[in-house]
Design a protein around this ligand. Structure first.
Ligand SMILES: C[S@@+](CC[C@H](N)C(=O)[O-])C[C@H]1O[C@@H](n2cnc3c(N)ncnc32)[C@H](O)[C@@H]1O
Length: 282
């Protein structure tokens, strides 16, 4: 049974873990999750070493805190915060008081509790790196599902050999990797806007320049015999990513929903479909 990230991350891959993992090789020495986000993929990987990277430092620091804290202690701290701010699905003032305190103190447990009560559980910052997700009235809370997901996630973080880095993907050190390793990339999609690439989050944006840099990087890894897997979309809401479609012809394309694999470019309901793919060089 797969572990689900306790963060409801925009672009999270929990729903497609099965086809993605089916396309992964069985023998992996180092697994690099370059754009970890909620870390749904990396946490489920079986490898000697798993590297968790993302450009959002708060996310990586929160995972490091999860790794170094006993689960019962973490749950106690979460309950203390809930009771101090009297958090419920209706208590808007309590949520905003916590949000304002987090933005002063940057306490990582407070950040996690905020995501539990935030609208759509979103983890979102403004240009000054202040957490700015609104309250998730009548919808969001630290419920039993999140508690179970958090517990399983933390236990796996503590059991597996997971190392954290907080770099731009162009600055990661790929020089020690070899053919036994797998570099997994789940970048923001050029043709859809997540809340981490709308240009207003104080973190680097994702535009055609970054897309090209990533595709060049994957070509270089391929030349060195290093395996890679890239998650992306060819089509989404009437848009197509021609740069990616053209580039991918050199490699192997796994259609996540197999019904789209035979009718590549002529969709009757083109505006309605999202064609998700995993592109691999093995
Ligand atoms: C689609 S999400 C990953 C979702 C993840 N696979 C999951 O299942 O939760 C993309 C991630 O890439 C990160 N990112 C965006 N630009 C980046 C860059 N230049 N270098 C490293 N990470 C970046 C974003 O912060 C975001 O967390």
């Amino acid at each position: 049974m797969y572990i689900k990230s306790p963060l409801n991350y925009t672009g999270g891959k929990f729903k497609i873990l099965e086809p993605v993992f089916q396309a992964f090789p069985a023998d992996i020495r180092t697994f690099v999750d370059v754009f970890a986000g909620g870390f749904n993929i990396g946490i489920n990987a079986e490898a000697e070493t798993i590297i968790c990277n993302d450009q959002i430092n708060y996310l990586i620091e929160m995972f490091q805190m999860f790794q170094s804290t006993e689960i019962h202690e973490l749950l106690e701290r979460i309950r203390d915060i809930i009771s101090t701010y009297q958090l419920t699905q209706q208590n808007k003032d309590g949520y905003y008081a916590l949000r304002s305190d987090y933005n002063q103190t940057r306490d990582l447990t407070k950040l996690f509790v905020l995501t539990c009560y935030a609208f759509n559980h979103q983890i979102r910052f403004n240009n000054s790196h202040e957490f700015n997700s609104p309250f998730g009235r009548n919808r969001s809370s630290f419920n039993s599902n999140i508690e179970r997901n958090l517990t399983r996630f933390c236990l796996a973080l503590q059991k597996k050999n997971i190392q954290f880095t907080n770099r731009d993907f162009t600055e990661l050190d790929y020089s020690k990797l070899g053919p036994e390793d797998l570099v997994y990339c789940d970048p923001p999609y050029l043709i859809s806007t997540g809340n981490y690439n709308d240009g207003n989050r104080g973190f680097k944006d994702w535009k055609e320049k970054e897309e090209r840099e990533l595709l060049d990087l994957l070509d270089r890894l391929n030349q060195k015999g290093i395996r890679f897997a890239l998650s992306n979309v060819f089509y989404h809401k009437g848009l197509s990513n021609e740069l990616l479609i053209e580039w991918s012809r050199k490699y192997r394309i796994h259609y996540i929903d197999k019904t789209y694999s035979n009718c590549n470019y002529q969709f009757k309901e083109r505006d309605a479909v999202t064609v998700e793919v995993l592109i691999t060089n093995y």
